[in-house]
Ligand binder design. Structure first.
Ligand code: AMP
Length: 495
């Protein structure tokens, strides 16, 4: 399909799409829309930024348009479950945007705001209800909503709902839905629990996987800055004052961390605001509105609060802290490079975060170029400390052959670093040079890459022995992230 007209969507919908200047469907839309229009269940592996909201909203609206029915009290015809308030709000906005030339009754059911208005919204029945699971359960218990008229269920960002502990709530909700329904499940990744959920809840689903985790990562120009933990704040200020000029989303691991970063930026005379779970819904909406309108240059967020932030103009993502769950890194950097645009992601990595970095690189199958801004760089680290075995071997081979591959530069940077401030300037220059080479070949991929002279280079070939040893190494290294994830889970309320 090359045009939205090819789907045979109803005229009011295509009119809205023309007004939104959507001319070409994205790959997930091309694949999913005909299947959903045909009434089939679907499992879509797609991240935000791929156009997946329209991929389900457009065929659902088409169904509602083609098959109008009197609404039943307290009952939605379409139920969309999403993990966060922000994402839920954005999904509802999308339905209203694409459905603006149709008459549809729609409402939002999310936590953090009084229930009274939601109870009233539900009273006369709805075409589309977008909800977070917790508040929907509260309303079910209060007998304010009935789910026996639901014709279509959408589970959006299912993996994130799992991360946030909603899986049990989802099972409870789904048990109250009619068996005869269409179910659409979207997830950026497919952990076993989600695959199990899909197997139980969906009927003969079509599988659409347009965006493997790595592909967003490949569109984003990524780099890591090795830095001492206490120096992160000064480094962020320096970046925001010098090279980072566009709209910037800064990620921290905790709510407290987000507030601390905002404070230090204010102290330095830079404008920034934070959004996280401790902020009221009004505060979050005000800050997001300012960011979306371009009035706020820097937004500091935790993973959960940032989920669903859909701002097209984000040019930079800065990971002030690296996430302990590698998939979160992909979600984070996917906030930039949306809808095909390119973006820049800069990650600060302190000593304690090295294991997180290794896990991220393993997931995205890219070695992220690193510059070193530590006060006392350790030059003679054992491979187990900061490198995979084949990297160490590669370094040795290069030294012997007297060659410099892209990463050789970074080794040089480390030497430059010891010269103090002047050395740091050199590093930045060296890094700029490296820009064009940031997107490394997926380690096992077949892609070709251009070198600086514009010639194509063959990607590094994986040496099978090294890969085997790498797997052993990673299996060994997994211990740390697993503990960390446990800690992250225990700390869930702090995010
Ligand atoms: P989503 O993945 O649903 O969060 O969408 C990401 C962004 O892409 C949103 O800002 C959409 O408005 C935009 N978008 C979705 N589909 C299209 C399309 N076919 N053409 C242009 N923009 C689109």
């Amino acid at each position: 399909m090359t045009s939205f007209n090819d789907f045979g969507l109803a005229a009011p919908i295509t009119r809205a799409l023309t007004e939104e200047q959507y001319s070409t469907p994205t790959p997930i839309q091309t694949d999913a829309i005909p299947i959903v229009l045909a009434g089939r269940d679907i499992v879509g592996i797609a991240q935000t930024g791929t156009g997946k909201t329209a991929a389900f909203a457009l065929p659902i609206l088409n169904r509602l348009y083609a098959n109008r029915k009197p609404l039943e009290k307290k009952s939605p015809r379409v139920l969309v479950l999403s993990p966060t308030r922000e994402l839920s709000g954005q999904i509802l906005d999308s339905f209203r945007t694409y459905g603006r030339h149709m008459r549809i009754q729609s409402a939002l059911v999310i936590g953090g705001v009084p229930m009274g208005r939601q109870v009233r919204d539900l009273m006369n029945g709805l075409d589309v209800l977008v909800a977070t699971p917790g508040r929907l359960l509260d309303l079910l218990r209060a007998n304010a909503v009935r789910l026996n008229q639901v014709e279509v269920l959408v589970l959006d960002e299912a993996d994130r709902m799992l991360d946030m502990g909603f899986i049990h709530d989802i099972r409870t909700i789904v048990a109250k839905l009619p068996k005869e329904r269409q179910t659409l499940l979207f997830s950026a990744t497919m952990p076993r629990e989600i695959a199990d959920l899909a197997a139980h809840m969906l009927r003969d689903p079509a599988r659409v996987a347009v965006t493997p985790a790595a592909s967003t990562a490949e569109r984003v120009d990524q780099r890591v800055i090795l830095v001492d933990k206490p120096a992160k704040s000064a480094l962020l200020i320096e970046l925001l004052r010098s090279e980072v000029t566009g709209q910037t989303l800064v990620f921290t691991r905790t709510k407290h961390g987000a507030d601390k970063v905002v404070k230090s930026l204010h102290h330095a005379g830079l404008s920034a605001e934070a959004i996280h779970g401790n902020k009221s819904q009004n505060q979050r909406e005000r800050v997001l509105g300012a960011f979306r309108a371009g009035k706020l240059g820097t937004l500091v967020a935790t993973d959960i609060a940032a989920r669903g932030i859909d701002v097209d103009g984000i040019s930079h993502v800065i990971n002030y802290d690296l996430p302990n769950i590698p998939e979160s890194y992909v979600h984070r950097i996917g906030r930039t490079a949306r809808a095909g645009a390119e973006g820049i992601a800069i990650s600060f990595c302190d000593h304690e975060e090295r294991a997180y970095l290794r896990d991220i690189e393993k997931l995205i199958r890219i070695t992220i170029p690193a510059t070193d801004r530590r006060s006392a760089p350790r030059q003679d680290r054992q491979p187990a400390d900061n490198q995979r075995p084949q990297q160490a071997r590669r370094g040795e081979q290069q030294k012997r052959a007297g060659q410099h591959q892209p990463h050789g530069n970074h080794q040089q940077n480390r030497g430059g670093q010891q010269k103090g401030r002047g050395g740091q300037q050199e590093n930045r220059g060296a890094h700029q040079e490296n820009r064009g080479r940031h997107r490394q070949a997926p380690r096992f991929g077949k892609q070709q890459h251009r070198n600086d002279a514009g010639r194509h280079e063959q990607p590094r070939q994986a040496d099978p022995a090294a890969v085997a040893s790498d797997i052993g190494q990673i299996a060994f290294m997994r211990q740390a992230p697993r503990q960390a994830q446990g800690a992250g889970d225990a700390n869930r309320g702090t995010r």
